[in-house]
Design a protein around this ligand. Structure first.
Ligand SMILES: [Fe+2]
Length: 332
């Protein structure tokens, strides 16, 4: 089949379906024109690829066209699918998950979340998909205006031993922490004899490929799943009011589509714009979904985010501290 023929069945987002759908009618996944996928992805932020033929190697070759690097997700009960661990199962439990972007609680949030259905669940276990731009637009105008002035703070402890493990230095003093913070995405600070790392992000942020503000952070997962009100906080360390969280939950719930999986379905989500979650799973053994989380290889040439170290390396010293090999030696 000529490459573009596989693209002939395109359904744009409509009504309750927030993603564009490409139907391959059995064509090979590798026949899809990558440029067409990128354009649809940038415009709509979410794509469903349905009825394309592929195996694990084909899936990885396909996703590899769009990502310069993939990140492993160490959270939850996941199984390694590919030898290098960058293709993983989704969380293997039964519980429902509230809406969240992948890894929004760290500064190196990936750009693209891929989900590929090797075997659909016998019942329930739908993946939830919600557009963060639509969520922000759906908030009360006063709430949106207020949140546009606020940021969220992610602050957690860094074990003292981590600095020895990563940098080969003794537990750092305040001056060393300040120096380490200069090129790091984190601010390292000592409090009560412990060391905390923190970073902030706009409460309503600008996604990669649209100028419209989006909601998409760790808040709903923290409140509805982890039952914590301490992570994230507002940038000044104050609690995010329950009323704000409730309004966001109400608006996003109303915009959420529950995707019922068919074998071979691939969801490609702009993780800077879309949130995902899942309905409860009745029979986890029957639900086989592969995931990959990657950094887009198609950012504009002048996009400063291209320089972010996590787009180029697995090295935690470069990612946590922004250290190049030369400056790493100087930190010893
Ligand atoms: Fe997730």
């Amino acid at each position: 089949m000529p490459p573009n023929q596989a693209m002939s069945h395109i359904q744009l987002p409509e009504g309750p379906t927030p993603y564009a759908t490409l139907n391959g009618s059995g064509a090979a996944l590798g026949d899809i024109e990558a440029g067409d996928v990128i354009e649809l992805f940038k415009t709509h932020g979410a794509l469903l690829l349905r009825d394309f033929a592929y195996d694990l190697a084909g899936f990885r070759a396909f996703t590899g066209q769009f990502c310069c690097r993939f990140v492993r997700n160490e959270s939850g009960k996941r199984e390694q699918v590919s030898a290098d661990g960058t293709t993983q199962s989704v969380n293997l439990g039964r519980e429902a998950f509230p809406l969240h972007p992948e890894l929004s609680r760290v500064p190196w949030r990936p750009d693209i979340a891929w989900f590929a259905c090797a075997q659909p669940p016998a019942s329930r276990g739908e993946t939830l998909v919600c557009d963060g731009v639509a969520t922000a637009a759906g908030l009360d105008a006063d709430t949106r205006a207020y949140l546009a002035t606020r940021s969220v703070l992610y602050r957690e402890e860094t074990p003292l031993g981590a600095f020895t493990d990563w940098l080969g230095i003794p537990p750092p003093d305040d001056a060393t922490l300040a120096a380490l913070s200069v090129n790091s995405p984190f601010l390292f600070q000592r409090a009560e004899g412990r060391i905390f790392r923190s970073f902030t992000a706009p409460f309503l942020h600008r996604p990669l490929f649209t100028d419209q503000p989006a909601f998409g952070n760790f808040l709903l997962f923290a409140r509805r799943m982890l039952r914590t009100r301490q992570f994230p906080l507002f940038e000044d360390g104050s609690l995010i009011a329950d009323e704000i969280c409730d309004e966001i939950a109400r608006v996003s719930d109303g915009l959420t589509a529950a995707h019922r999986w068919r074998t071979g379905d691939i969801l490609m989500l702009d993780n800077s714009r879309f949130m995902h979650g899942r309905n409860p799973v009745d029979d986890p053994d029957s639900r086989v979904i592969w995931t990959q989380f990657g950094y887009a290889a198609f950012l504009r040439a002048d996009d400063p985010r291209r320089e972010q170290p996590w787009r180029h390396t697995d090295d935690p010293r470069a990612i946590f501290f922004g250290l190049s090999p030369d400056s790493r030696a100087a930190a010893h």
